[in-house]
Design a protein around this ligand. Structure first.
Ligand code: KG4
Ligand code: ZN
Length: 338
């Protein structure tokens, strides 16, 4: 087999990532976050593009250095093609194109949502095909039947907010800083979820909805803070625990439903929200109490990173044609497109 040595670049949202993978073995995975967005309570696309421009050269240099690889040794460059913020994708893909052209090596345009799923092939244990993956991030909530590294079927998705968005928006109602997901998770660990019960939406099939939950939390908080202005402050950990519990039960119930409908026993989670402690515990329970084989990614591969783009690039080699300089980033790239 010929050697593959791929440099991957991820720049879909607010993290600039670079990674190097040799024959499927990840050698380095470097991420630079963008603290600037916290001041605005959400990602500001123009600021994200500018920060990617500042970070991309040092991040790529660090990834190559950490891997002990010289540019001239690379056999291909992979970069995120979409979905994501157009300006952010353009910075990464333009850099990748320039580097590929200067080294005279091929380019691999990678679907960010497929890459989140394929992160499961970085470390052991790895799922076998076919398996079901629940991909939960700031922009997406998808139930995916994964048939091969290039064959994905969308079984269900959110009709409104994504799961990460639900964490972030409800966290904002509770006064938490952006992104609220990780902070809410930490507070939830010391809270009592049974003190409050937020409703589970009744959406038929395998689709999700989170906007009703957000509204019910909003109205509940408005009512309670009218009676006691310090209500949120005095009950913060319990509120976080109850919200997290409900988001996790919505996700797990649909994942179980998909598994039963497809007759599949291997279940995985991916994306930023797969870092959530409640969701990770619930997956563990699916394994221990219901006998499913569950796959939970290492924290480094949950939120956006280039390691997953590198793995997706490696797995695509030999299965599909390379891209070329005419590859165009697509902010709304569907899950099944490449
Ligand atoms: O996959 P990701 O890094 O970026 C997107 O492609 O969107 O996901 C980011 C999302 C944010 O909404 C963030 O709040 C959420 O993942 N997140 C979490 C946790 N860590 C990150 N949500 C709940 N609990 C966490 N521990
Ligand atoms: Zn992502």
């Amino acid at each position: 087999m010929t050697e593959t040595l791929i440099l991957a670049i991820e720049s879909s949202c607010d993290d600039t990532g670079a990674a190097v993978i040799r024959n499927g073995q990840l050698l380095s995975n470097v991420v630079a976050g963008q603290a600037i967005h916290a001041e605005y309570g959400g990602v500001v696309p123009e600021l994200a593009s500018r920060a990617h421009q500042e970070h991309i050269i040092p991040v790529v240099d660090a990834a190559l250095k950490k891997a002990g690889v010289r540019r001239e040794e690379l056999t291909a460059i992979a970069c995120t093609k979409g979905p994501g913020l157009l300006g952010a994708l353009l910075v990464g893909s333009s850099f990748a194109k320039g580097l590929a052209m200067s080294l005279n090596i091929p380019l691999l345009g990678i679907n960010h949502m497929q890459a989140h799923i394929l992160a499961h092939f970085i470390d052991d244990p790895k799922p076998a095909f076919p398996f079901i993956c629940l991909t939960v991030s700031g922009g997406h909530t998808q139930l995916v039947l994964v048939k091969s590294p290039i064959d994905f079927e969308l079984l269900g998705q959110t009709r409104d907010d994504a799961a990460g968005e639900a964490f972030d928006k409800i966290g904002k109602l509770l006064g938490l800083p952006y992104p609220a997901g990780p902070v809410l998770d930490k507070l939830a660990q010391t809270g009592d979820a049974s003190r409050f019960d937020f409703p589970e939406p009744q959406i038929p099939g395998l689709d999700f909805s989170f906007s009703g939950l957000k509204t019910s939390v909003l109205y509940f908080l408005q009512r309670e803070t009218q009676k006691d202005p310090a209500f949120i402050e005095n009950n913060l950990a319990d509120l976080c625990a109850a919200v997290q519990d409900r988001i996790v039960s919505i996700l797990i119930n649909k994942l179980r439903k998909a598994a039963k409908a497809q007759g599949i026993r291997q279940l995985a989670i991916a994306g930023g929200v797969s870092a959530n402690s409640g969701l990770r515990q619930a997956m563990q329970q699916l394994q221990e109490k219901e006998g499913y084989a569950t796959f939970i990614p290492d924290f480094a591969y949950c939120t956006d990173n280039a390691g997953m783009v590198a793995m997706a690039g490696y797995l695509r080699c030999g299965l599909v044609d390379f891209d070329d300089q005419f590859m165009v980033p697509d902010p709304r790239l569907p899950l099944t497109a490449s």
